[in-house]
Design a protein around this ligand. Structure first.
Ligand code: LER
Ligand code: MN
Length: 280
């Protein structure tokens, strides 16, 4: 397992609450590498405003990998969601997904994640469920053709009205029935929705492609009461060997949260997961 940290790309206009480290983009990359992260998850708003070549180069030069491209800024900054009451906005959101997937391929990211970017069925009018399923399949198809994967994230009941648990996520994976479509589990959401952390990991295991880290209160691991040891043991049991990506509140400040997370996770990974694997 490898540790990653969520960073915003330079075009994201204001601080996203779950992006860590302060400073310019190169400074944040340098801090991530210095504190032992192997990768970064990029929270991108509009990739057409970015030079993918330069971003990819800066990440490689810092000795980091791109763990994933996150879509949270679409919703947080632009209010764009894959399903919406406004057909024009739905189309724009899908076009944004395609641009994000192109960006992911250009910077060497293996996957694009979908959390709040999916939208709320209850606010998207008649036929919302079927439209969202079709859109997610289109996303998997678009990403799959570029050698990428799409990881849908079960979210807690306060942030989403569709797919809260690993079991619901796996039922959706079956329904979408596309090899490029799988899941991302976020410990913060799991703490609210899952009856058993271990069972959730085992349920998602065949399509578990990414993990987000945040304690029960969305602070760095160890600052709340989520059982990270249990989570890591379950991940070891199912042979998970991908990224654990810190996506948590930048409190008391973005640097402290990034450092506390690195120190706590490196300790936990040594104890429960036989250490970390480097950036190789
Ligand atoms: C939102 O709470 C979250 O966890 C993000 O990964 C989804 O956009
Ligand atoms: Mn998350």
């Amino acid at each position: 397992m490898k540790l990653a940290v969520t960073l915003t790309t330079p075009e994201v206009p204001r601080a996203v609450p779950v992006a860590l480290f302060a400073g310019s983009f190169p400074e944040r990359l340098a801090k991530a590498a210095q504190w032992g992260y192997a990768g970064v998850e990029l929270m991108v708003r509009d990739p057409t405003e970015l030079d993918a070549g330069a971003i990819g180069r800066a990440i490689r030069e810092a000795g980091l990998q791109v763990a994933a491209i996150g879509t949270g800024a679409q919703f947080l900054v632009d209010g764009l969601t894959l399903v919406s009451a406004d057909a024009g906005a739905e189309q724009k959101a899908f076009e944004r997904f395609c641009a994000l997937a192109d960006f992911a391929a250009a910077v060497g990211a293996p996957l694009v994640t979908i959390g709040s970017f999916r939208g709320r069925l209850g606010q998207a009018g008649e036929g919302a469920r079927q439209r969202l399923i079709a859109r997610l399949r289109d996303c998997a198809e678009y990403a799959g053709r570029r050698g990428l994967r799409v990881a849908l994230e079960p979210l807690n009941r306060y942030e989403a009205d569709f797919i809260h648990t690993a079991a619901e996520g796996m039922a959706l994976v079956e329904e979408i029935a596309h090899p490029a479509f799988g899941l991302l589990l976020d410990t913060f959401h799991m703490n609210i929705e899952e009856a058993s952390v271990r069972r959730a990991v085992h349920t998602a295991a065949p399509r578990l492609w990414h993990v987000h880290l945040g304690d029960s209160n969305r602070l760095p691991p160890g600052k709340g009461h989520f059982a990270f040891g249990r989570m890591l043991r379950a991940l070891v049991e199912v042979g998970y060997d991908r990224f654990l990506s810190a996506e948590l509140l930048a409190r008391p400040d973005p640097d402290t949260a990034g450092i506390q997370t690195a120190l706590a996770m490196r300790r936990l990974m040594r104890r429960y997961a036989g250490g970390e694997r480097g950036a190789s």
